[in-house]
Design a protein around this ligand. Structure first.
Ligand code: NAD
Ligand code: UGA
Length: 466
């Protein structure tokens, strides 16, 4: 056989995926030594400190238990590659911001650079696992780079697998501990099957074999893009329905409940909102659209593009609603924004809908005061400066350390993240400190409208008529 039993795993990329995934592998596989490396030395130092670089419920406990036992964080990339039997590539693949495919295609330069680093430092046989989300046939480029090195050094042997990650932020540790499925794609050849079986054995430490799906490489790569596109599409579908509800008196929560009761449709992921955010849905749907276009499948490209268009429109529509209900002018009015992360239980703000709603309101010269339980002031300011400019942000934005403070003297409260604590705020007391009439805009459908109306608020929620 070509490869040794997997005893040493290295993961390149110590981010939202690499960190939690490796913590879980280390926790479930005491016989495997796991090393996470990153070119960002500061991030590695954080992983080795008491303040981890990311917040994820349950992560800190596992990291603190395994660290120094069979879980290591290091910036010595060459050494970790040399020592590994299996290497995860878990680097970022953001939407390209230059050149061909700008604003659409994922940027694969980090993935390629890891492939080159592996080719240079491997020294022996390695199973290379693409965990980053990539377009179909990305594994081919990795393989070509590795095969070139193999030609010049008879000690080298490589197999490239696709093993996309399906965890969601905020529930990463739960998702990793009990995944719906693990997907492994490999080459349809004896060496390909051998490499796949090695990775299957790693997951079999804690995942039932029936939940481990093996496919060819390209099916695996495409399944990841398809899964994210289907999930994003459900949100755009219910958000499209929410607009009909607002115009007709139907209530989107009632519609979602009734529709989702059909077991073929299912009730998950039908929560109407101010639009999906996060680093992946938009990026991956755009990647799929770009792929379709390059394959000359214009109809298919347009079909999936609609998912993004509805999402952008939903954000804009919500911001317009706020301005409209505040008597068509928010210039100089204080508006409290509760929530800035793209969903609850994470401090991640990448592509958060809050950024875009805030941008629209800043264009109308509103004074925004923010509160988010997990996002720092610096983070809020830097995200907003990117879309609205630093001068505007310095002039119009304040960030507070609690919700009540953010709402003081405000004309309106806008809920943009579904943090649990926003459900139980003392709205009666908050109301007394605000300007009147006071409005509240629920972009996440977490508030008790009736109770707020009794307090005196004008209440507006996505997907229902006022
Ligand atoms: P991230 O930005 O949090 O982490 C990526 C890390 O890779 C960074 O720390 C960066 O410094 C490092 N890196 C980049 N190039 C490197 C190189 N050449 N050598 C060493 N380190 C390098 O990204 P993420 O959110 O963990 O996402 C990683 C991949 O996983 C993406 O393709 C993403 O689409 C996919 N994914 C993400 C999630 C999620 O919930 N965030 C879920 C499933 C899949
Ligand atoms: C999503 C997928 O759920 C993961 O399976 C996938 O691995 C990941 O993308 C990825 O590839 O990065 P994530 O973006 O972390 O995970 O979080 P989600 O729970 O999917 O939420 C995404 C966005 O959709 C959030 O802004 C959330 O608030 C919004 N959403 C979600 C809704 O508006 N309505 C819903 O019903 C569900």
């Amino acid at each position: 056989s070509m490869f040794r039993e997997v005893k040493n795993i290295t993961c390149v990329g110590a981010g939202y995926v690499g960190g939690p995934t490796c913590a879980m592998i280390a926790c479930k596989c005491p016989d495997i030594r796991v090393t996470v490396v990153d070119m960002n030395a500061e991030k590695i130092a954080q992983w080795n400190s008491d303040e981890l670089p990311i917040f994820e419920p349950g992560l800190e406990e596992v990291v603190k238990r395994q660290r120094g036992t069979n879980l290591f964080f290091s910036s010595d990339v060459p050494k970790a590659i040399r020592e590994a039997d299996l290497i995860f590539i878990s680097v970022n693949t953001p939407t390209k911001m230059y050149g061909r495919g700008k604003g659409m295609a994922p940027d694969l330069k980090y993935v390629e650079s890891v492939a080159r680093t592996i080719a240079e430092h491997a020294g022996g046989p390695k199973i290379v696992v693409e965990k980053s989300t990539v377009p179909v046939r990305a594994a081919e480029s990795i393989k070509t780079i590795l095969m070139e090195a193999q030609k010049h050094n008879r000690e080298l042997h490589f197999q490239v697998l696709s093993n996309p990650e399906f965890l969601a932020e905020g529930t990463a540790m739960k998702d990793l501990a009990k995944p719906d499925r693990v997907l492994i794609g490999g080459e349809s050849s004896p060496e390909g099957y051998e490499a796949v079986s090695h990775l299957v054995r790693v997951y079999e430490h804690w995942v039932d074999r029936s939940r481990i799906i093996t496919t060819n490489t390209w099916s695996s790569e495409l399944s990841k893009l398809a899964a994210n596109a289907f999930l994003a599409q459900r949100i755009s579908s219910i958000n499209a329905i929410s607009a009909i509800c607002e115009a007709t008196g139907a209530d989107v929560s009632e519609v979602a409940h009734a529709v989702g009761y059909d077991s073929r449709i299912g009730n998950k992921f039908l929560q109407a909102s101010v639009g999906f955010g996060g680093s992946c849905f938009q990026k991956d749907v755009l990647s799929l659209v770009y792929l379709c276009e390059s394959l000359n499948l214009g109809k298919v490209a347009n079909y999936w593009r609609g998912v993004i268009e509805i999402n952008d429109w939903q954000r804009r529509r919500f911001a317009d609603k706020i301005v409209g209900e505040l008597f068509n002018t928010v210039a100089g009015k204080k508006i409290a924004i509760l929530g800035f992360s793209f969903k609850k239980n994470t401090g991640d703000t990448r592509e958060s809908s809050a950024i875009y709603v805030a941008k629209h309101l800043l264009e109308e010269c509103a004074e925004l005061s923010f509160y988010d339980p997990k996002v720092t002031e610096a983070q809020i300011r830097s995200e907003l400066a990117l879309v609205s400019g630093k001068e505007t942000v310095d002039r119009l934005v304040k960030v507070h350390s609690n919700a009540a403070q953010a709402c003081e003297k405000a004309h309106a409260i806008v809920i943009l993240t579904e943090w649990d604590e926003f459900k139980t705020l003392d709205y009666a007391s908050i109301y007394k400190t605000m300007q009147h009439p006071s409005a509240i805009f629920d972009g996440r459908l977490i508030l008790d409208k009736k109770q707020l109306r009794e307090i005196g608020f004008r209440v507006f929620a996505i997907g229902s008529a006022p």
